[in-house]
Design a protein. Structure first.
Lengths: 109, 112
């Protein structure tokens, strides 16, 4: 099985930076995904990491350390529309994708 | 518009009844998945199919069955619904293993 941990909630101010951490333990590893999910909607894909290092996509960046079983999603220049849940998901050695419980980010004006 | 369609959007079902949640995709994706999402537990995989004609069990398969007769359709059946199956159900697809998932809009199911 897989164990994926991320904080339940985070609050930040508009224009600030927030870092959402994710730690995992899996049987094999074939990549880590981050998804965004607004309330009442379906998750949408944000980023994918399979090698160690930082992947940057505009205001969002994702980092992976395979040796530490650790990733983070960095959201810069926060906007009100970034208020959502952020889901960390890991693909194991059999290519099964499992999700963490999600981190709800609230952006305040 | 290409994507995944789930039906119904929501349903209230009496315990003991049989129910099939429908999922259709027109992207010709090989892999399809069913997840349930419950508050505090996140998305949990129920069943998956890597290609038409094959299916596999996920993390929480008990009480559910699936079939994959063709590439486009992946229905989820609850043979005899129980209140613990009250949840939001998401169908998803991907072109291949380890590709990003495309999700349907979900079915909100309440079993009374």
């Amino acid at each position: 099985g897989q164990n994926i941990d991320q904080p339940t909630e985070m609050t930040a101010t508009e224009g600030a930076i927030v870092q959402i951490n994710c730690t995992y333990q899996t049987s094999g590893f074939n990549g880590l995904f981050w998804y965004q999910q607004h309330a009442g909607e379906a998750p949408t894909f944000l980023s994918y990491n399979v090698l160690d290092g930082l992947e940057e996509k505009g205001r969002f960046s994702s980092f992976l350390s395979r040796s530490k079983g650790y990733s983070y999603l960095l959201l810069k220049e926060l906007q009100m529309k970034d208020s959502a849940s952020y889901l960390c998901a890991v693909t194991d050695g059999d290519y099964k994708l499992s999700f963490g419980a999600g981190t709800t980010v609230t952006v305040r004006a | 518009i290409a994507g995944i369609t789930q039906a119904p959007t929501s349903q209230i079902l009496a315990a003991g009844r049989r129910m099939t949640l429908r999922c259709t995709q027109d992207m010709r994706h090989n892999a399809m998945y069913w997840y349930r999402q419950d508050l505090g537990l996140g998305l949990r995989l129920i069943h998956y199919s890597n290609t038409a004609g094959t299916t596999g069990k996920g993390e929480v398969p008990d009480g559910y069955s699936v079939s994959r007769a063709n590439t486009d359709d992946f229905p989820l059946t609850l043979a005899s619904a129980v209140p613990s199956q009250t949840s939001v159900y998401f169908c998803a697809s991907s072109p291949r293993n380890n590709s990003p998932l495309h999700f349907g809009n979900g079915t909100r199911l309440t079993v009374t």
